[in-house]
Ligand binder design. Structure first.
Ligand SMILES: [Zn+2]
Ligand SMILES: [Zn+2]
Length: 225
């Protein structure tokens, strides 16, 4: 079996269960790649997972003022450390599609507790999609066998967020719109998925559209924060 990140061969004995049911063999990272990524542990902001906060962080307090009726709840799995930056660069910007499985085990574990929720990845614009060839969040969800539903479309291309400072990011205009399936979320629970939570701007814009369709609840998820 190969490491789901560096593709080095992993030498280990299969468990009895894995020998009987080879489909159960999960993609995993080698010991070295396992250590590089830091899971977010407590203390972390209870509403956005920002490490180091035991109560609502400053950013969340700002968002709460802007969206007082939105019960914001975001879960991120890993810290946005150097290793994660390197991974996202290789996956998203260099387009190494194989890396969609790097975090499959953790993603599967998280979504196994979300039965009955509708899962939607943050869409790319048509131009960005044809340029990259895949939607990075959709691809890692599918690689982890998480069923998704397209509830949003990205109408216009925003300038690459990485070229903007925090203030510019926060001021960016709404870029999302609903799809022909968005009405289905009425009284349902929805999870919006992005690769990285940076300022929250993208997820709050996305949630703003979905909230008009009266879901029972919206939560958001990202691999890193
Ligand atoms: Zn590895
Ligand atoms: Zn927070």
């Amino acid at each position: 079996m190969k490491c789901s990140y560096c593709q080095q061969e992993i030498i280990r004995n299969l468990t009895f269960k894995e020998i009987l049911f080879p489909l159960l063999i999960k993609r995993e990272r080698c010991v070295f790649c396992q250590q590089k990524f830091e899971k977010i542990t407590v203390p972390a902001c209870p509403t956005c997972s920002k490490p180091g906060w035991s109560s609502s962080c400053e950013e969340c307090q700002q968002w709460e003022k802007r969206y007082p009726d939105y019960e914001f709840c975001h879960q991120a799995l890993f810290r946005y450390n150097e290793a994660f930056k390197e991974w996202i660069y290789q996956y998203k910007f260099l387009g190494d599609f194989r890396l969609k499985t790097t975090f499959s085990a953790e993603i599967q574990e998280y979504f196994s507790h979300k039965k009955g929720w509708l899962v939607c990845s943050i869409p790319l614009s048509k131009d960005r999609f044809s340029q990259r060839g895949f939607n990075q969040a959709e691809a890692f969800l599918q690689a982890a066998n998480v069923k998704t539903i397209p509830l949003l479309e990205k109408k216009v291309e925003s300038l690459p967020q990485s070229n903007k400072n925090r203030q510019e990011r926060l001021a960016s205009p709404q870029v999302f719109g609903p799809t022909e399936q968005t009405f289905k979320i009425k009284n349902k629970k929805v999870i919006l998925v992005d690769d990285v939570y940076t300022t929250g701007r993208t997820l709050f814009h996305a949630a703003e559209i979905l909230r008009m369709y009266q879901p029972e609840k919206i939560q958001t998820f990202s691999l890193a924060r």
